[in-house]
Design a protein. Sequence first.
Length: 553
Amino acid sequence: MFLSFLLALAQTPDAPALTSGRPIPLEQACYDVKHYQIGVRVDPKARAIRGRTEITANITAPTQGIVLDLDGRLKVDRVVRLVSGTADDRGQSLDFRHEQGEIRVATGALEVGTSLHLALEYAGEPRVAPNAPWDGGFVWSKTKDGSPWIATANQMQGADLWWPCKDQPDDEADSVDIFVTVPKPLVCASNGRLLETKPAGDGWQTFHWHVSTPINSYGIALNIAPYETITRDYRSITGEMFPVTYWVLPENKKKGKVLFEDILRQMAALEQFFGPYPFRADKYGVAETPHLGMEHQTIIAYGNEYKLDRWGEDRGYDELHLHEFAHEWWANLVTAANWNDFWIHESFASYAQALYAEHVGGEKAYFTEMQEQMHFANQAAIAPREKRSTAEMYFGDSEGSPGNDIYAKGAWVLHTLRWLLGDEKFFAALRRMAYPDPARELATDGSACRFATTDEILRIAEEVSGQELDWFFEVYLRQPKLPALSSTVKKGALLLEWTAPNGQPFPMPVEVLMGGEHVRVECPDGKGLLELRGKKLALDPRDRVLRAGNGEH
Ligand SMILES: [Zn+2]
């Protein structure tokens, strides 16, 4: 999701259904989701849905019942335990209670190792997104000629806004099937591969999408419109071919063709930065949406209206798409195990903007992009150690929330890590953060997808660089305040000294401009010394290091 300064104005959600990753109830921690089959009929006229979700899960702790999440706006009609080998309706109806966004299902005693297969039937008018994608739900819009143009966006509140699921980031289904029924001539673009389109009676049709890899539940999305497609087979750096498709509104097809070429150029660059595009077994897809954008796996939502500029400056590429696309690696391939590590999604996607700026426009463009991301609140740690919900991490006005710092400040942390390690080690580490083992780069069966934590990212950076980096992660990610640099001139020498919060060590090298030359001054023990030559002197003139007073020279 793209950074929004409007977030601070948004209301902090409080109901359990309106946040994702809340403290997990025992009856939800006791199972591991293997598969979802999401069936949903979307009625644009009534702005209503009717759905049937099947969940297959393994029981991992003995229990008498399980809990799923579903927004209270939707009414559950039936919960059935399905028995494999029988017709769907042969299942056993179960008692359930649906209150405050939770469905408590009385399954009876379940032993560890049981495979539980439930079907939940429900219907209603799903939450209308007040401000998608940040404050999510269904977006019911219209194309130029008045056709329905519908999208879902629910990262913040969770997928339980429109289908029953376990709304916790650290339990992804191994694969998902999505059946969406809409009136003709509407088309539904969703995640994974389209296996089949079949008539559903009365001028309706059903699109069957299959996701062959693990997927975060918030990444499952519907995009419905009278779309046309622009498509091409693309050759990955692995040599494999996979389809790249853009679902475009008919009235924008010409502009869409220009964007499509941009998308392919971005694909080539991001594969160079981060390794192969992760979902080659399915596709890379982009769908034109009535909201700004979201990183839905293999079907990125794009609503930037073909703008190649930001704040009036022409960049020659679509930065919104670039940010969301980077999430295919940093959110979809590498997923934060819990929302307290959310920075792994947003900081890396924000830093990708700088890497791409450099790729297109060189070093100057890179530094310009970093300057534009120079706005930090420093009120809360970017990566707190304890489990948090999306709202606790994201809403700037909720106490202890890092808010936008998980974007821009996190990008500056990566920028600083690059300075510390040097380009060769940094880019090698970046690639290993995406794919810890080179062999994983070749897997297309979903086994390359993983949950990551801040500690794992630290360990990879240390392994690749051969440096001890606890101090770096402690100062920048585990507490909010910035280190400060001071200097004195004594007997023809420049003395540099770092002061880090809580008296922590901070052996960060400093770039000094002296007599027109950039000099790197190592600061073991947080102190450095430089023999002065020439008069003109500037400390960290290009802001290599995230610190108190960035931008003041
Ligand atoms: Zn994002």
